[in-house]
Design a protein around this ligand. Structure first.
Ligand code: NAP
Length: 231
């Protein structure tokens, strides 16, 4: 069993990666920081010596790097069982300071990375009639946050793409799941005055991913929020 995770070295991506390692998946992992990737590979292999862990430094905001990342694993493995499109960044803007550049930067990481990573694997998923694509969306995939316009739009695009993928791939027995976390205790909140202990924890999101993967049925969505409605 083989799985690819984008943005694997921190937060939600790392929690999902460790959960998949615990299930025995060989792993293809991407992020930009090479040292953190090496550290994670060693951390996993110290606990699970029989798992193959391949790490690759990649900037998922860049079209060619993302395609190249996908092709590396297509050429090496041929097929994969799980693709987790996790990479994403959160930045704030409003209608007043919305810029085309800001919007494009946000779309490149939060939406196009998933599309560019998924498209090359589709023929293989369809041919094998198996596989599971997990897209890490957000509660803001379903509603706008006025102070995070570009982020909300990019996550709504990812959510719509997820629904289109699901309806297309269902005929091929390929599952597609949208994960919609609310505020989650990760590095995304570093430097901000946030009650992170009351937030969703990355492991809670990873548990949702595991539930979707292990389910006999098709988990279309898994939405999880902090109990306190303020967050
Ligand atoms: N945290 C929340 O409250 C929350 C809520 C809802 C949804 N989400 C979504 O959950 C996902 C993960 O968020 P997180 O909070 O866990 O993030 P995080 O803790 O900031 O970790 C981000 C990961 O992605 C990598 N990354 C960031 N930009 C990259 C790029 N351009 N190219 C390659 N790798 C990149 C980072 O490594 P490098 O820096 O080394 O590249 C790191 O491994 C995102 O899609 C986010 O939108 C988060």
């Amino acid at each position: 069993m083989k799985a690819i995770v984008s943005g694997a070295t921190k937060g939600i991506g790392k929690a999902i990666t460790l959960a998949l390692a615990n299930e025995g998946y060989d792993l293809g992992l991407g992020a930009r920081n090479l040292e953190e990737l090496d550290f994670l590979r060693k951390e996993i292999q110290a606990i699970y010596p029989n798992i193959e862990v391949i790490t690759k430094s990649v900037d998922f905001s860049q079209k060619h790097e993302t395609r190249n990342f996908a092709e590396t694993f297509l050429n090496y493995w041929g097929d994969i069982d799980i693709l987790v499109n996790n990479v994403g960044v959160y930045e704030e803007d409003s209608l007043d300071d919305l810029s085309e550049n800001g919007l494009m930067n946000m779309f490149n990481v939060n939406f196009f990375s998933a599309m560019r990573l998924t498209q090359p694997f589709l023929p293989e998923f369809k041919k094998r009639k198996s596989g599971h694509i997990i897209n890490i969306c957000s509660v803001l995939s379903k509603k706008m946050r006025k102070r995070a316009v570009s982020y909300s739009l990019s996550k709504q695009a990812l959510y719509s793409y997820t629904k289109i993928l699901r309806s297309e791939l269902r005929d091929y027995d390929v599952k597609v799941t949208a994960i919609l976390p609310g505020s989650t205790n990760t590095a995304s909140w570093d430097g901000l005055d946030a009650p992170v202990d009351d937030f969703v924890q990355p492991e809670d999101v990873a548990n949702g991913v595991l539930m979707a993967i292990k389910s006999n049925g098709l988990v279309e969505e898994f939405e999880i929020k902090p109990i306190n409605p303020k967050y």
